[in-house]
Design a protein around this ligand. Structure first.
Ligand SMILES: [Fe+2]
Ligand SMILES: [Fe+2]
Length: 254
């Protein structure tokens, strides 16, 4: 079973790029399932229903989310209705959508959990407890589980990796947009990487036009965020599993 994990998708050009290229990439690498973080797909701030559908049509099986997911209200009905679009699990219960789904791929039932870190994220509950409860709640409904930990702090992501080691096939970080070179198989068989990196344009600051960020940081004044203009790069990891355990993780930049 081969899973393609894509880091935060930034901007419409990247959505279009994925729509054009992802099915070929899937075939080339014999991918059974694609999970991508979509929180920045619609011009950095959120994910519109239209862009979500374009990404699903383009070959993404499950879209995970993060702190920007709720910025685009057009997604709310889809968050409630589609089993393919998630937002973090550990948010207030009144928020639309779900943070877990089971997707069948390659003959396996794959439980996808989308968790928020606690540090620097508003209104997030404890991700360790949320993961425990979600795994218990879904017992018997899945063959392997994978976890997107959308978090700011590297230590928190690593801690969650060790916490879930041997209980899930993969723990991968999103949100910080800078790919980390620490991909590994943890001692009990969980594939781990602190951050998948970003799918988006080169030449900006985390995908945003660098002039905008510099104006904001040097003046302290709010700015309208615009997407950087460089070539699109895809970043993430391919995880191979056998009987619910990870056997290989390869980080990539395309
Ligand atoms: Fe992001
Ligand atoms: Fe984020």
């Amino acid at each position: 079973m081969k899973l393609l994990l894509l880091g935060d998708i930034v901007g419409r050009k990247t959505v279009e790029h994925l729509h054009k290229t992802l099915w070929a990439l899937r075939r080339e690498h014999k991918i059974d399932m694609v999970i991508a973080n979509g929180e920045n797909a619609s011009d950095i701030m959120g994910l519109s229903a239209e862009d979500a559908q374009t990404l699903l049509d383009g070959g993404v099986d499950v879209l995970t989310g993060g702190n920007h997911t709720f910025h685009n209200r057009s997604l709310y009905p889809m968050l409630d209705d589609s089993p393919h679009v998630l937002r973090p699990l550990n948010v207030p219960a009144a928020a639309p959508g779900s943070g877990e789904t089971v997707f069948e791929a390659g003959g396996y039932r794959v439980l996808v959990l989308n968790l928020f870190g606690m540090f620097g994220m508003d209104y997030s509950g404890n991700p360790f407890e949320s993961a425990d409860r979600a795994l218990k709640r879904n017992e018997g409904r899945y063959d392997l589980a994978v976890v997107d930990i959308h978090a700011e702090a590297t230590a928190e992501k690593q801690a969650l990796g060790y916490y879930l080691d041997g209980r899930v096939a993969a723990v991968f970080g999103t949100h910080t947009h800078v790919q980390t070179a620490d991909e590994c198989i943890l001692p009990r068989g969980t594939a781990y990487i602190t951050d998948l990196g970003m799918c988006g344009p080169e030449g900006g600051i985390l995908g945003t036009d660098h002039e905008v960020i510099l104006r904001r940081m040097t003046t302290g004044l709010p700015q309208k965020f615009t997407v950087a203009n460089g070539d699109i790069r895809l970043r993430g990891a391919i995880v191979e599993t056998d009987n619910g355990r990870a056997v290989k993780i390869n980080r990539f930049v395309l």
